[in-house]
Design a protein around this ligand. Structure first.
Ligand SMILES: C[S@@+](CC[C@H](N)C(=O)[O-])C[C@H]1O[C@@H](n2cnc3c(N)ncnc32)[C@H](O)[C@@H]1O
Length: 212
């Protein structure tokens, strides 16, 4: 999507919270990858429809998407985990100045090694996977059992800059990761316990709904 379109959509979805604007600016200045505007719109629409009481996010970064999800449904509790301590320190600083601080529970560590701590918040009604792209299958298999029936898992960046579906566009440094993302998408498409839809928004979103 063009930068102009991204900008235009963001103008149509203004947030009145100055912290949100500060976080976006911080991410831009410090090159922290946060969710693209168009993907965020879809993510938040799903949250508003689903009204999940318990949300798990894999990949906090500076807490931007965690805050946006918490705001989208005011009765939700958001558990979010990140491996990067420095980013979490920034997230804590930003979130401490918000009304949502008490509903956002930040954990430090590799998501897959923090299973016991993360299990305490289960069952989750909604899981957002947005961490290391080559590890998506690992995250999915680890946390799918913690997802409630009819729960939703959203995986971001599943088309990764178009390289996942354009074979001749794959840069050498991404080759392994792209292969894993392709395998992940096929895995989701064929998973017997969930139904997955792929959306060509932002960097690509996969929305998987757990069957009853
Ligand atoms: C794309 S950023 C998350 C952006 C955030 N969801 C947002 O939109 O505001 C990905 C984050 O995943 C974290 N990460 C990578 N591997 C991880 C792992 N195994 N467990 C937890 N976090 C991880 C990185 O440190 C990074 O901050």
């Amino acid at each position: 999507m063009s930068e102009q379109l991204e900008h235009y959509i963001s103008l149509l979805h203004p947030s009145s919270d100055p912290i949100v604007a500060q976080m976006k600016e911080y991410a831009k200045q410090h090159r922290v990858p946060i969710i693209e505007e168009q993907s965020l719109v879809v993510l938040l629409s799903l949250i508003m429809i689903k009204q999940p009481k318990a949300i798990l996010e894999i990949g906090t970064a500076i807490g931007y998407s965690a805050l946006r999800m918490a705001k989208a449904y005011r009765h939700s509790q958001v558990v979010t985990v990140d491996i990067d301590e420095d980013r979490l320190a920034v997230a804590k600083e930003f979130l401490s100045n918000t009304n949502e601080a008490e509903r956002i529970h930040i954990m430090h560590g590799d998501a897959c090694e923090e299973v016991e701590r993360l299990r305490k918040g289960a069952p989750y009604d909604f899981i957002f996977i947005d961490a290391a792209k080559g590890q998506y299958r690992r995250y999915f298999d680890t946390f799918f059992p913690m997802l409630a029936s009819n729960g939703i898992i959203v995986s971001d960046n599943v088309f990764f800059k178009g390289m996942v579906y354009e074979q001749n566009q794959v840069k050498e440094k991404y080759r392994t990761m792209i292969k894993k993302l392709r395998e992940y998408n096929e895995y989701l498409a064929n998973h017997s316990e969930c139904t997955t839809s792929f959306y060509a928004v932002g960097d690509g979103l996969a929305v998987s709904i757990k069957k009853e």
